[in-house]
Design a protein around this ligand. Structure first.
Ligand code: TRP
Length: 74
């Protein structure tokens, strides 16, 4: 069984300037990292001891083991 800390997810930017923002784990939820992706750049990342949530801003496709979604779908 996968633990939260070895789940991978993939983000592919569909436009320039997509932000992938990591939020901290624990009682204090704050941004700790923002990564900019240009069109067609791919980021492969995990949930970690430090990161429990991720916010994606801009047009992108996101794949997790729960499925795939686009930020710009209805
Ligand atoms: N140093 C961060 C960490 O280990 C790197 C990181 C992992 C990250 N997953 C992320 C940053 C997702 C942004 C989004 O938690």
């Amino acid at each position: 069984m996968a633990t939260p800390e070895n789940e991978f997810f993939v983000i592919r930017a569909k436009e320039n300037g997509v932000s992938v923002i990591g939020l901290t784990r624990g009682s204090d939820t704050r941004f700790h990292h923002s990564e900019k992706l240009d069109k067609n750049e791919v980021m492969i990342a995990q949930f970690t001891e430090h990161t429990s949530a991720v916010k994606v801003r801009g047009k992108a496709v996101i794949q997790t083991r729960h499925g795939e979604m686009s930020t710009d779908q209805d």
